[in-house]
Design a protein around this ligand. Structure first.
Ligand code: ADP
Length: 620
């Protein structure tokens, strides 16, 4: 029997450094987990995939996340570890959700193995374990290993479900750095020094947490610190990759009393606070200079960080927050955080502004990459990121309604949704800033790749969409205009759902009424055409049509028929025919999406499950 594929995806692998002298390096690999092995291969455009490694699942003794505060020298920042035979394999996932999914799946598949009882929570680095300081690589771990802590809670595959995330991430705790009053209904109030469970940290700026009463909500991520003391890269005062000399130069240039930053010390894993002061020196004369204080760590039961011995903190952000308000042994209190990139200062006060507002000075516009319903789409740059900027033509959008909704839309965050970063209302025309998707819209992509789309790729495209849509479904958010034209393709051919909910803000009547020419009748469920009754189940109908588009390589559905004719044939119970490339099992799913009664259609969660089970083992 063939092994069944459980998960696939691109992640970064750190070399296993089997020899002490070999340098470590980081390589992008395509991982496939099936019921027997974990395989990884090298994929290069135009070349055959090359299998680089294969680990029999039966040899795995531990799979767990790695908690580390040291800078991660590759672009994927979410590490996990696999201990097999006598080797540690470190893999870096692009986001926390992906990491969770892999750790959970691997744990599930290995839970009956001969496992370790204790594991190492941090990396093996520079000849020692960073968690327990032991210098023997095969030394027993320092933390109880729980082989079923995620796996037992639910069956695979993981489906986006906020309820579940509460349980899974239960072990990540945060501490409030200060009080916070909610800005909206979906925010949670914070009480300084109180602990909360971290539920979702996939967005850089807003995290979801749970209080001890079981209430969940959003809070600004810079108001909380992870109790493990890790992950403070998001704070503006932290400057990675800066030397002592560069830090001094920057702070002297700033020349403000109390200008400060935190940087990596030369000694790995240690941090230094550099602070500018004009305070008189020992001779009583004014003496502008930069002082450096090493953040020391006392390893007791829990880590305790300090600058001046008397004041101990369980996390570095707490320590900094304290010294922002109290000099307490330092030459001056830490008044002005300085960041190397300049410009972007994510000051706490900034968060009281509308959080979706993009500062026009931070946005650079580039060349045109498309045009749509609302106007031109340009490539751009925002805060060191390449972005797509939708310039909203005047009279095209009901801006006020949109602005009200933007907050909610920005908080919808999932690796299979095109992220809305913010809105720039201070420029005319108003523009929306999105994650840039290098390969443009799915319908065009399908047409240009016609004749070269493998079964595996088509299935994976559909699976990507169900994953994003299952997240929207679980967030009670209806897309209303799902189709291949509203999905975008990333540089590595991942498909993400875009334009969710946007039709509500279109002012063009031709588009909004089902009787009119621009209405997407061919993607719409009967109840939408008849009574504008939108639901996640009407999105499911549209998804069936999207699957049809994928397996027809971008053809238009009901190509030569008018909207009226399509409605008539639907009323007569007719449906789109099976595309030549669609396997029977896939067409059955399409037909399931096109059931007359919304309740008879599957949920996106069910579709994800069904499509996932159709993935077969990759040909080598
Ligand atoms: P509208 O919402 O105004 O109808 P679309 O979302 O259809 O606009 O965008 C029009 C075109 O612009 C798309 O077909 C695509 O080629 C390009 N585009 C839109 N958003 C992005 C993005 N985030 N990344 C890359 N290209 C994009």
């Amino acid at each position: 029997m063939f092994p069944r594929v459980i998960l696939k995806g691109t992640m970064i692998k750190k070399s296993q450094q089997k020899k002490r002298t070999s340098p470590s390096n980081y390589k992008e690999r395509f991982f496939v987990l099936d019921t027997q092995d974990l395989k990884y291969s090298e994929r290069r455009p135009g070349k055959k995939p090359m299998l680089k490694g294969c680990i029999e699942l039966s040899r795995i003794k531990c799979v767990e996340m790695v908690c580390s505060d040291s800078p991660i020298p590759c672009s994927y920042k979410y590490p996990f570890q696999i201990f097999h035979d006598s080797h540690y394999l470190y893999i870096f996932a692009p986001d926390n959700d992906t990491r969770q999914r892999w750790v959970r799946a691997l744990k599930e598949e290995t839970k009956n193995n001969n496992l370790v009882t204790k594991y190492h929570t941090n990396f093996w680095m520079d000849g020692k374990w960073r968690c327990c300081q032991q210098t023997e690589k095969l030394a027993a771990g320092c933390h109880i290993y729980d082989p079923v802590c995620y796996a037992s809670k639910k069956p695979l595959p993981q489906l986006p479900d906020p309820e579940r995330e509460v349980q899974e991430l239960g072990q990540r705790m945060v501490i409030a750095l200060q009080d916070h009053k909610p800005l909206g209904d979906d925010d949670l109030p914070l009480q300084k020094d109180q602990e909360y469970v971290l539920i979702n940290s996939s967005r850089p700026d807003w995290w979801i947490i749970e209080d001890d009463q079981g209430n969940t909500g959003f809070v600004p991520s810079i108001y909380v610190a992870e109790k493990s003391g890790k992950n403070f890269e998001r704070f503006v005062w932290y400057n990675k990759n800066i030397t002592r000399g560069e830090a001094e130069e920057l702070l002297m240039k700033e020349g403000k009393e109390g200008a400060f930053m935190v940087r990596d010390s030369r000694q790995a894993g240690v941090y230094t606070v550099s602070v500018f002061t004009k305070a008189p020196g020992s001779n009583g004369e004014k003496n502008p200079r930069v002082k450096h204080y090493q953040i020391r760590q006392r390893e007791e039961k829990e880590p305790a960080f300090y600058l001046a011995e008397k004041y101990l903190f369980s996390t570095i952000p707490e320590l900094i927050h304290y010294h922002q308000h109290n000099a307490a042994g330092l030459i001056t209190r830490l008044r002005h955080p300085i960041s190397q990139g300049g410009g972007f200062s994510q000051d706490i006060a900034d968060l009281s502004k509308e959080e979706w507002e993009v500062d026009p000075d931070e946005l650079t516009l580039g060349q045109e990459i498309g045009s749509g319903q609302f106007g031109l789409v340009l490539e751009g740059r925002w805060r060191e990121m390449k972005v797509a900027v939708k310039m909203i033509r005047e009279q095209c959008m009901s801006d006020e309604e949109f602005k009200e909704e933007a907050r909610i839309m920005m908080r919808l965050s999932h690796c299979k949704l095109v992220q809305l970063y913010g809105v720039c209302t201070q420029r005319s025309p108003m523009c929306l800033v999105f994650e840039l998707m290098k390969n443009g819209c799915l319908s065009n992509y399908l047409r240009t790749k016609k004749g070269h789309l493998s079964q595996d790729l088509m299935l994976r495209m559909c699976l990507d969409v169900t994953e994003g849509m299952a997240y929207l479904e679980s967030s009670n958010f209806i897309h209303r205009d799902l189709g291949a034209r509203n999905c975008l393709v990333s540089e590595n051919n991942e498909v993400k759902v875009s334009d969710f909910g946007m039709t509500r803000f279109v002012l063009d009547d031709q588009y909004t009424s089902s009787q009119c020419s621009k209405f997407p009748v061919k993607w719409s469920a009967p109840e939408v055409i008849r009574y504008s009754k939108y639901s996640s189940k009407s999105d499911v109908w549209s998804f069936g049509v999207l699957m049809w588009e994928v397996y027809s390589e971008g053809r238009l559905p009901y190509e030569n028929r008018s909207n009226g004719e399509v409605v008539e044939s639907l009323n007569a119970g007719l449906r789109l025919l099976k595309p030549r490339l669609a396997p029977d099992a896939v067409y059955l799913l399409m037909e399931w999406c096109w059931k007359e009664r919304p309740d008879d259609r599957p949920s996106f969660a069910a579709l994800f499950y069904e499509l996932n089970s159709l993935l077969t083992c990759e040909p080598k």
